[in-house]
Design a protein. Sequence first.
Length: 138
Amino acid sequence: MRIWILLAVTLSGCSAAPSTSLSDAGQHRLNLGLEYMKRGHLERARQHLDKAYADAPGAEAVIIALGQWYLHKEKLNSALLLYQQALSWQPMSGALYNNYAIALCLSGHWQQALVMFDHAQRLQQDVAANRAQCLTSR
């Protein structure tokens, strides 16, 4: 599976969400997880991402990184569920809608993906490259 994920690291949240503020240690764990993932060391990445998630389970950057990890491991349903849950806490996150759309596209739900790209775009998220990739992968 070809992964074409755009990482958006802006943090946002709402009061009903789990903790959205990463501590310095949590941010360090997130950075390590992303670096391990970039190098293809997915199991080591997961260890660090889990610790970042434990630090701030509602942090947008952590949710996106975990979603990417699921996509790299071809666990599409897990990525979809993670993004759905996060969007219930953070319905104004263009980055989450964008990444949810990517997961939908990779799972073959192109029409739903296009709707989610539209939501992301309305929230000022740049989705042009991801939308184009989704359309050409059908």
